[in-house]
Design a protein. Structure first.
Length: 285
């Protein structure tokens, strides 16, 4: 990309040019942007009540001292990523993931990498029927993802996530788990799906996001998942994201409240710094 991470930090941080002079979090690894006139998929689970434009996102980041951000592909828009692409071209402080068909042309993916895309998102957690990601076309697709240096960004149902993790691992790309796994089951953290997440992190090619605490019911039920992820992943395999503009929770959640959740779950400043460094290496390295 045109601007180095150091340049981005210097441009976005009034206090200095390195992590030690910037209050964590420096990087928001999970947010969305959209406008209400963007096309929705036939199976969209949410209709945004308001716009969440790039300009509003930037104002919010700046108000809270967050310099860099990753735009997570919004499943409600499917493989429509035009607005995100234009934002990446205009603002080098962003990276992004996209929802892509497994038959997407290699040259298209290479061009997307040049624009600032860094991975593909599999948003399976709201679907009873999902594609067979062990199929030959997905094996080729995942191999291309790995060869590009991208990652697979996954959220899935509790009873499927272990198999999904295994399929991605066999194909080679790095893997990122959304929202602490978001596996709310009677077994809680003892569910085999969550154990599979922890085991994958231990193997060294999987990362998890401490994000979406407000999506757990009650939100305090997320805390033990976060503690287990931090115990296993430390700062080297953990990322933080706000999930702005808080789809389906608009008006109930604020950027400040998700930051407060983060500081509650990760109170240690040294660990916050480590998580920032991990995000910088992962998305902007």
């Amino acid at each position: 990309m045109v601007l180095s991470v150091r340049t981005l930090i210097m441009k976005g941080s009034a206090g200095g040019d390195n992590l030690s002079s910037t209050h964590a979090p420096l990087i928001d690894s999970h947010l969305h942007i959209w406008t209400r006139d963007m096309p929705l998929t036939a199976t969209a689970w949410h209709t945004p009540p308001t716009n969440a434009p790039a300009e509003g996102c930037i104002r919010t980041l700046d108000e809270h001292g967050v310099v860099l951000a990753v735009i997570a592909a919004a499943s409600i828009h499917g493989d429509y990523y035009d607005y995100v692409c234009r934002t990446l071209r205009a603002h080098r402080r962003f990276r992004a993931t996209a929802v892509l068909r497994p038959t997407t042309d290699l040259f298209q993916m290479e061009r997307m990498r040049e624009e600032g895309f860094v991975g593909v998102r599999l948003m399976f957690s709201l679907s009873d029927e999902v594609p067979d990601i062990t199929s030959p076309e997905y094996k080729v697709f995942f191999r291309r993802v790995a060869d590009l240096g991208w990652h697979v960004h996954l959220v899935d149902k509790p009873d499927r996530i272990a198999a999904s993790i295994a399929a991605v691992e066999r194909s080679g790309p790095r893997l990122v788990i959304d929202h602490m796994g978001h596996l709310q089951t009677p077994e809680g953290r003892n569910h085999e799906g969550f154990k599979a997440i922890l085991a994958a992190i231990e193997r060294g090619r999987t990362w998890a996001k401490i994000s979406g605490r407000f999506r757990f019911i009650p939100k305090e039920s997320a805390d033990q998942y976060a503690l287990d992820l931090l115990r296993v992943g430390g700062g080297d395999r953990i990322l933080w994201g706000s999930d702005w503009p808080f789809a389906a929770y608009e008006g109930q959640v604020t950027y400040k409240s998700v930051l407060d959740d983060y500081y509650y779950l990760v109170p240690d400043i040294a660990m916050q710094r480590k998580i920032d460094e991990t995000g910088l290496r992962f998305y902007f390295g």
